[in-house]
Design a protein around this ligand. Structure first.
Ligand code: KE4
Length: 431
């Protein structure tokens, strides 16, 4: 029987670099043939051979409701009938901005854009423009999109190629980007002691989904906040992945419960707020955001920013995830998955550690949860790859890279979790 995934992959590779429009999709880290998806519904994907998978990628985070939620579909169809794009303001963009600000108390204003990369890039330019300072701090293993200044020791995608920076980024472009070790308070303090007056921003994934699932420790987050305040730098939370995914108020709402009065200065968002369509955002306090064109000197623009169909998709998604109990149910389902995987790994004697927050989870073929990039990359990648493919063959689609997070949707049932754990028991026994 011809493998239509392979046929399509061979054809794709003749016209698209690597046969994909985003590197992680090529299965380079895990080997094998990427699955070409023909359709999705609820918690499931179907590939070109008609094989069904329980989907734990969810488009890398956006599909928190599951695929094809009827109310979201209806909102998108209605919006599309009224027009795809106008290049002019619409009420729906205002509604979405108001909804985001209502859910994230640290925000007074937001600007809508079309991708997380665009949001992160713009947030950095704004932080530099608002402070008049050149330097930014990021952390090894965190990925903030592929803007030149941020493509330094990124954790997602580049980790596969083994070299921490991308070709094509001239050294002078990243000379102001300091890359520190995640969760390393001493390095952070040393960087501020040396460069404090030059630092425009500290940018961090509060739960690093581009290292699979690594939490910033409370002392580390507290120190980031204190040092930014002390030196007049902006603390930028990259919540493209965690926003509206780990909690309704994002990761910052989790840290605000652990650190009284905590709030970042700016937040970068994406994925869930577009519900699967191209939409992202960045926001912060009015005084900073009003530095943006057309009001202020920091330029930023976009033809499809605030797209009328994408905003309809995002608004419908946010309306549904705000329903009472949504995150309690999602967190319980996600926790059941990871605790079940841990129990099966223990039964098979495979070193395994797990963590989850809301509808986002991670697992490592390591006895203890890693605290930084070097520890994550010490995982046994060959063993991970065997686990990944064993599960894929049994109709369970985990992230095709050991440094990527996993996602559960509201559409995943207890039966889906049970089927996943049954498959895991069989595969772990072979590891
Ligand atoms: P996009 O430009 O891909 O929309 O967003 C970039 C981005 C920014 N910040 C964080 C924390 C992110 O996780 C991302 C994108 N995440 C990856 C998954 N690790 C997207 C998948 C891909 O690259 O194809």
């Amino acid at each position: 029987m011809t493998d239509r995934n392979q046929t399509l992959f061979d054809r794709a590779k003749t016209v698209i670099p690597g046969g994909v429009n985003s590197p992680v999709r090529a299965f380079k880290a895990v080997g094998g043939t990427p699955r070409f998806i023909t359709r999705a519904q609820g918690a499931y994907l179907w590939d070109a051979n008609g094989q069904r998978y329980i989907d734990y990628i969810g488009s890398w985070g956006p599909m928190i409701l599951g695929h094809g939620h009827p109310e979201v579909l209806q909102a998108v169809e209605a919006a599309a009938r009224d027009g795809f794009s106008f290049g002019a303001p619409t009420e729906r963009e205002v509604e979405l901005a108001e909804a985001i600000i209502d859910l994230v108390p640290s925000l007074e204003m937001v600007r809508l854009v079309s991708s997380g990369t665009e949001a992160g890039m713009s947030a950095i330019r704004l932080a530099r423009g608002a402070t008049g300072r050149p330097k930014i701090i990021k952390f090894e293993g965190c990925y903030h999109g592929h803007a030149d200044a941020l493509l330094v020791k990124a954790g997602s995608g580049l980790a596969t190629f083994g070299h921490p920076t991308s070709a094509g980024v001239p050294p002078e472009v990243v000379q102001h980007t300091l890359v520190l070790e995640y969760n390393n308070v001493a390095q952070l303090e040393a960087a501020f002691a040396e460069h404090g007056a030059q630092i425009a921003a500290v940018m961090i994934e509060p739960i690093a989904g581009n290292m699979n699932f690594v939490r910033a420790s409370v002392p580390f987050v507290r120190r980031c906040r204190e040092l930014c305040t002390q030196h007049g730098a902006l603390l930028v939370f990259d919540e493209v992945m965690t926003g509206f995914r780990v909690a309704l108020g994002g990761a910052q709402s989790v840290y605000a419960r652990l650190i009284p009065g905590f709030a970042p200065d700016m937040t970068v968002m994406g994925k869930v707020i577009g519900g699967g369509m191209p939409l992202a955002a960045f926001g912060g306090k009015r005084a900073v955001m009003e530095q943006l064109a057309p009001l202020g000197p920091v330029y930023q623009a976009g033809t499809l920013s605030g797209n009328p169909v994408a905003t309809a998709c995002g608004l419908a998604t946010l309306r549904l995830i705000r329903q009472p109990g949504f995150f309690d149910r999602l967190a319980a389902r996600t926790r059941a998955l990871v605790e079940g995987l841990k129990a099966e790994a223990d039964r098979a004697g495979v070193p395994f550690s797990v963590d989850s927050e809301g509808g986002m989870f991670g697992f490592f073929l390591l006895p203890e949860l890693p605290q930084n990039y070097a520890q994550v990359m010490a995982s046994d990648s060959a063993r991970f790859n065997r686990f990944f493919h064993g599960m894929l063959e049994r109709g369970v689609y985990f992230a095709p890279a050991l440094y990527e997070a996993g996602f559960v949707s509201a559409a995943h049932t207890e039966a889906d979790i049970a089927a996943t754990l049954e498959a895991a028991r069989a595969v772990l026994a072979t590891l």
